[in-house]
Design a protein around this ligand. Structure first.
Ligand SMILES: Nc1ncnc2c1ncn2[C@@H]1O[C@H](COP(=O)(O)OP(=O)(O)O)[C@@H](O)[C@H]1O
Ligand SMILES: [Mg+2]
Length: 399
C-alpha cells in the first residue's frame, strides 16, 4: 500500500510517527519516553491523524542552537549511487551528487524523470534500494531522526490537514517539531510573515486558494529554521506575483542553508539556482551552473544583428564570408529592419563579435542592435531530454 505523505515531512513507518491517541485533546502531543510501541511498525498516517497525536521517539526537545552545530561538513547533502525501483520500473538509477551550504540546487527533468522519488529518498520517505544519503553527516536510513531534524520538506502537491485553520496547522506542525511556548509562537508568527499568510491565518486550510495552500505547506517546512530545504515544485500553481515572492524567499534563505528544489520553469533556475541538475529517466544527464548549462546551447556565442534598411540576402552573404562564421540564419524582416544571426566556428567563437562589428562598420550598415547570445536553458533542456521523451512517447510508454 502506498503511504500518504504528510506535509510535515515526518513519515509513516519512520521512528517519528503521528498516531491517533484516543481521547486526547485535538492539538495535544504526548511524548513517549522512548521506544516504539509493539505493533506500531508501519501505520499509514491517517486523515485527521493530528486529532490527538502521540509523538513516538520524539524529535522534540531539540533547539535551533543545538541543530545549528550538529554538522561538521559544509556538504550538507551527500547522495551516492542512489537507486530506486518500483517493480520493473527503475525510477532512480545510480544518482550521485552533493549540495553545500549556500547552494540552491535546481532539479530539472521531464515528468517521470525521478525528481520527486530522489527527494523522497533524501527526506526519508522512501528507503533507497541501494546507495547512501547523508544529511549533515547523518545517514538518512541509519539515523533518520537526526537527519530529519535538519530537513524542511515541501512535498509535491503539498498535502496538509484540510480542516485545521492555517494557524492551527502551523501550530500543530511546530509541536511535532518539538517547539513549545514562546519558541512555538515565534516560529509560527515568523513563517506566517515570511510566507505572506497574514490574511488567511484564521481560515481553514480547505477553503484556501491553491497558492495560499501551497504557501501554508511551505511555511510548515520552514518552522524549525532547517539547515536543509527540499522543495518539490515550490512555485507550482502560484500566480506570477506569488512565484516572485517564493523565489525571493528562497534566495533570501539560501545563504545559510542547502536548498534543493525541483521546477519546470527554466527562468526560475536562472534567477534562483547556483547549480542545476538535469535528470532524465532516473539518470543525471547534466550538472552545472546555469551559465555552464547555457554555454552548452547551440545558440551560445552566436551574434545576432539587427540592421535597418538593408537587404537580408546581402547581409547574410557578407556575414557568411567572414572566416569566423560557421553558418548564418535570417531571423526576421519587419518594418525595414532585418534580424540575422551568425554562428561561430568552434575555434573562432571569441573573435566573432569583433569580426561582425568590423564588417558592419566597413559596410556602413545601420545597426540597431548587436548582441552575443549566451545560450538558452530551454534549448539545452530540450536537446538533452527530448530524444528520450520522444522515444518513450513513440513506444507508447507513460512516464
Ligand atoms: N510509489 C510509486 N509506485 C510506482 N511507481 C512510482 C511511484 N513513485 C514514482 N513512480 C514512478 O517512478 C518514476 C519517477 O517518478 P517521479 O520521481 O515522481 O518523477 P518526477 O518527479 O521527475 O516527475 C515515474 O515513472 C513514476 O511513475
Ligand atoms: Mg515530481
Amino acid at each position: 500500500m502506498r503511504r500518504q505523505e504528510t506535509s510535515t515531512g515526518l513519515h509513516g513507518h519512520e521512528p517519528l510517527e503521528l498516531r491517533p491517541a484516543t481521547g486526547a485533546h485535538p492539538t495535544r502531543i504526548e511524548r513517549s519516553a522512548g521506544r516504539r510501541e509493539a505493533g506500531a511498525s508501519a501505520p499509514a498516517p491517517q486523515r485527521n491523524a493530528h486529532f490527538g497525536c502521540r509523538l513516538v521517539e520524539g524529535a522534540g526537545g531539540h533547539s535551533k542552537a543545538r541543530l545549528r552545530y550538529h554538522y561538521e561538513s559544509e556538504d550538507m547533502i551527500k547522495v551516492e549511487n542512489l537507486r530506486k525501483t518500483f517493480g520493473p520500473k527503475v525510477a532512480v538509477n545510480n544518482i550521485s551528487f552533493n549540495v553545500e551550504r549556500g547552494e540552491v540546487l535546481g532539479f530539472l527533468g521531464p515528468n517521470g524523470a525521478g525528481k520527486s522519488t530522489t527527494m523522497r529518498m533524501i527526506t526519508g520517505f522512501y528507503p533507497p534500494d541501494a546507495g547512501t544519503i547523508r544529511v549533515g553527516n547523518h545517514d538518512v536510513v541509519e539515523e533518520p531522526i537526526q537527519a530529519k531534524r535538519l530537513i524542511g520538506y515541501l512535498p509535491e502537491n503539498a498535502p496538509s490537514y484540510s480542516d485545521m485553520t492555517v494557524r492551527g496547522f502551523l501550530g500543530f506542525a511546530a509541536e511535532v517539531r518539538g517547539l513549545r511556548g514562546h519558541a512555538k509562537r515565534n516560529a509560527v508568527n515568523g513563517v506566517i510573515e515570511m510566507c505572506f499568510l497574514d490574511a488567511v491565518v484564521n481560515q481553514s486550510v480547505d477553503t484556501l486558494s491553491k497558492g495560499y495552500k501551497h504557501r501554508t505547506c511551505l511555511a510548515q517546512s520552514l518552522l524549525h529554521d532547517p539547515e536543509v530545504l527540499i522543495l518539490d515544485e515550490p512555485t507550482d500553481g502560484l500566480d506570477p506575483n506569488q512565484k516572485f515572492e517564493v523565489r525571493s524567499l528562497i534566495k533570501r534563505m539560501s545563504e545559510k542553508k542547502a536548498i534543493v528544489f525541483s521546477t519546470h520553469i527554466l527562468e526560475e533556475v536562472e534567477s534562483v539556482c547556483t547549480r542545476a541538475i538535469i535528470i532524465d529517466r532516473g539518470v543525471i544527464v547534466a550538472n552545472g551552473t546555469p551559465e555552464d548549462l547555457k554555454a552548452r546551447s547551440n545558440l551560445a556565442g552566436a551574434v545576432t544583428l539587427s540592421v535597418q534598411g538593408a537587404n537580408s540576402q546581402a547581409i547574410t552573404d557578407k556575414l557568411a564570408s567572414l572566416p569566423q562564421v560557421e553558418q548564418t540564419q535570417a531571423i526576421s524582416v519587419k518594418d525595414g529592419v532585418i534580424v540575422v544571426r551568425a554562428f561561430p566556428r568552434a575555434s573562432e567563437a571569441s573573435a566573432l563579435a569583433l569580426g561582425v562589428a568590423e564588417l558592419a562598420r566597413a559596410q556602413g550598415w545601420r545597426v540597431n542592435e548587436m548582441r552575443v547570445e549566451e545560450g538558452r536553458l530551454d534549448e539545452v533542456f530540450r536537446r538533452i531530454t527530448m530524444p528520450d521523451t520522444v522515444k518513450r512517447a513513440a513506444a507508447g510508454v507513460n512516464a
